[in-house]
Design a protein around this ligand. Structure first.
Ligand code: SF4
Length: 447
């Protein structure tokens, strides 16, 4: 039996797509091996979001070539899409496939085995207009399933290379989304995370359909307990979306809304499509409609030209709008983007200092957010054992509080009720209350 080994770099979408590629190999009789063992084919799914992503991708490719010089080395993903020639130049690389035509990978492998000549199968992604359907009926080792609903992005923010790696916005056919949701529930998943490159933009390229409509349809999928949207831009939080979230029993009380900066002048240089006034209005509207909502966000610190005042505006905005957690990134130059060529690049020391200030703020806000729920009973889906304390398991509430509590292996992937005994960050300590009725009979794990 032929064998294949995978290595995935980068984001959720890449991980999702590696699962899809694995399905193709599995259907063709391959067995999966660990990346560190000897396999017949190595697939490296690369990332290009930062220059470091490129470098790491190259290291992993070389590692696979060293492992088994006779193997077929197949490189795919974002870095493969943007820089195929650079990858073809790495000795030992046999096939390069970008972010489309993944379904043809096995064909290319056959072709390579026949002709023994390297294949560069990367096409012009900017011409792609249709979402490429890739099936993922189940995931390896996961309790939370991702469901990819769209591809590409039309925004071209000045710091971001992604539209060049993924092409323009393409939404997945709602029928395929719903079909996959049914499959995932059938495979035992309770929670689905809607994923994409610009997830909240779903439907913008479609007539008479929208993210709100898709959410309404997903609500009807029997057995599905939680729907999480991996990321949504402020401009995509329409009144209709707020209403749908408000009326839903399944969409979680958590939204991830990228802020990037809290200063209008920086946002303009980033070519982001909102002002702080607009962002604030959306947040207020959301919090009014959905009390207790957790709002997480991404922030880039030290964007070219960011002054102390502009940073302070970001800091103050975050502090006053009480985000429940931030992902803070120091700006790093991405070759090929307009921002990398901007003058007034910010000094690394200044960036670091600002990053620390925001991380501190994030920790404080996260603690404040979690403390509101101390004493409350919330629903948690345990995902893993706690590696610090025996008998404890870790999972997330719908509003994205990480909770550890005494439990047992049978609970993994089930929806259980847990009392937040001691709020904290990054982990809250909970006490098991009971399994939800339709999951199984009550089990007293503490007895
Ligand atoms: S919205 Fe901006 S940051 Fe996000 S993928 Fe598109 S271009 Fe990149």
């Amino acid at each position: 039996m032929a064998s294949v080994a995978f290595h995935t770099l980068g984001c959720k979408v890449n991980h999702y797509e590696t699962e899809a590629i694995w399905q193709l190999f599995q259907q063709n009789g391959y067995e999966k091996k660990d990346f560190e063992s000897i396999a017949d084919v190595y697939v490296i799914n690369t990332c290009t979001v930062t220059n470091t992503g490129d470098k790491k991708s190259r290291q992993i490719i070389r590692r696979a070539v060293r492992k088994n010089p006779d193997a077929v080395i197949c490189v795919t993903g974002c870095y493969a899409q943007t820089s195929p020639a650079e990858i073809m130049d790495i000795p030992g690389v046999d096939i390069v496939v970008g972010t489309q035509d993944r379904t043809r990978m096995l064909e290319y492998i056959d072709q390579f085995n026949r002709d023994r000549s390297p294949i560069n199968a990367v096409g012009n992604i900017m011409k792609a207009r249709v979402y490429e359907e890739l099936d993922v009926p189940a995931f390896t080792d996961r309790t939370r399933a991702s469901l990819k609903i769209q591809e590409g992005c039309n925004n071209f923010c000045t710091f971001c290379i992604i539209p060049w790696a993924r092409g323009l916005m393409r939404s997945r056919d709602p029928k395929d989304v719903i079909k996959q949701a049914h499959q995932l529930v059938g495979a035992g998943y309770k929670e689905i995370v809607l994923t994409g490159i610009h997830t909240g933009g779903y439907g913008e390229d479609m007539k008479d359909y929208s993210l709100a409509k898709l959410l309404v349809e997903l609500e009807e999928v029997p057995g599905l307990k939680r729907i999480r949207i991996s990321s949504i831009e402020a401009s995509q939080i329409t009144d209709e979306v707020i209403e749908v979230v408000n009326n839903s029993n399944k969409i979680v009380r958590h939204l991830h809304i990228p802020l990037q900066s809290g200063s209008d002048t920086v946002l303009k240089r980033m070519r982001r499509k909102y002002t702080m006034e607009f962002f604030a209005e959306r947040l207020d509207r959301l919090k009014e409609a959905l009390p207790g909502l957790a709002v997480t966000s991404d922030v880039i610190v030290g964007f070219p030209g960011e002054t102390e005042e502009e940073f302070q505006e970001t800091f103050d905005f975050i502090a006053s709008h009480k985000f429940s957690e931030l992902h803070v990134f120091p700006y790093s130059k991405r070759t090929g983007t307009p921002a990398a060529r901007m003058e007034d690049q910010v000094d690394e020391d200044v960036k670091n200092e600002r990053v620390h200030k925001l991380i501190e703020l994030s920790t404080q806000l996260a603690k404040e957010y979690a403390s509101q729920f101390e004493g409350e009973v919330l629903e948690v889906i345990p995902e893993d054992r706690d590696d610090q304390e025996a008998g404890y398991y870790i999972g997330y509430t719908d509003n994205y509080l990480k909770v550890k509590f005494f439990s047992n292996e049978d609970m993994i992937g089930k929806l259980v009720r847990v009392k937040i005994a001691k709020a904290g960050y990054p982990v809250n300590v909970g006490e098991f209350v009971r399994v939800m009725e339709d999951e199984m009979h009550e089990i007293a794990v503490n007895s």
